[in-house]
Design a protein around this ligand. Structure first.
Ligand code: DX5
Ligand code: ZN
Length: 229
């Protein structure tokens, strides 16, 4: 089953409550929450307490928190307290990748690392055994609404190949510029989770409800034959 993970980074704060409710009514139970500190990326997004607010109101959902921050190790405990279920950080945001991933797991969360478009897939190797998932950035991190980068499919193929050859089973999350065309291709290559900012909330002829339904109809079943997951 491919997971639909809407990103809320593009949603107006004036409409946030209604949008989250709409997504939940449309069957969404997994949220991708972007946290940006203005240092690791040149942008700011959501206070850490956003995770708490979401989980207090909707404890049934999975909060997958994507930290685009320097020193991610400083936030592990707090994120756990606020209710994060999955927690990820960028490979180059700390000198202590394995230690940070271990700390996340020790707090009972799923640990993830994030691979930027400028990083070779091989950079993941030393940490791969410590993580439950890898976020594959198809855009440079920091801003929502960007286009899926040229060359990203080839890199994704390398990542899927690496996972297969290493005999590992971490989940692959695709983040950035996922739309109808790129989504299908990513799933064929082996992606497990799609971050659907644009896909869910924008350019939708039939709104969030219709977009979620289309996602389920297209991906909401076991991976079809021929997928290299
Ligand atoms: C970019 C963020 C993404 C982004 C995805 O730095 O990590 O999660 O918001 O959304 P779209 O699909 O709008 O690019
Ligand atoms: Zn993200």
């Amino acid at each position: 089953m491919i997971i639909n993970a809407p990103s809320l980074a593009n949603v107006s704060l004036m409409e946030m409550g209604d949008t989250v409710r709409e997504l939940i009514d449309a069957g969404v139970d997994f949220f991708h929450i972007d946290i940006m500190d203005g240092h690791y990326v040149p942008n700011l997004c959501f206070p850490a307490s956003f995770v708490k607010d979401l989980k207090e109101k909707y404890p049934q959902v999975t909060a997958e928190v994507h930290m685009m921050v320097d020193h991610p190790e400083d936030y592990v405990r707090q994120m756990k307290e606020y209710g994060a279920d999955w927690l990820s950080f960028h490979l180059d945001s700390t000198r202590f990748v394995c230690r940070t991933a271990k700390a996340i797991r020790e707090e009972g969360m799923k640990a993830g690392v994030v691979l930027n478009p400028s990083q070779p897939v091989s950079q993941l190797a030393p940490a791969a055994g410590y993580v439950d998932y890898v976020i594959f950035m198809a855009v440079e991190p920091g801003f929502s609404g960007q286009r899926f980068m040229e060359g990203a499919m080839e890199r994704l193929e390398q990542l899927c190949e690496f996972r297969r050859e290493a005999g590992l089973d971490f989940k692959i999350v695709i983040d950035g510029g996922v739309d109808y065309v790129t989504a299908k291709k990513c799933v064929e290559l082996g992606a497990d989770i799609l971050v659907t900012g644009i896909y869910m909330q924008f350019r939708q002829p039939d709104g969030i409800m219709g977009a979620c339904e289309r996602f389920r109809n297209t991906f909401g079943r076991p991976k079809p034959d021929g997928c290299r997951g």
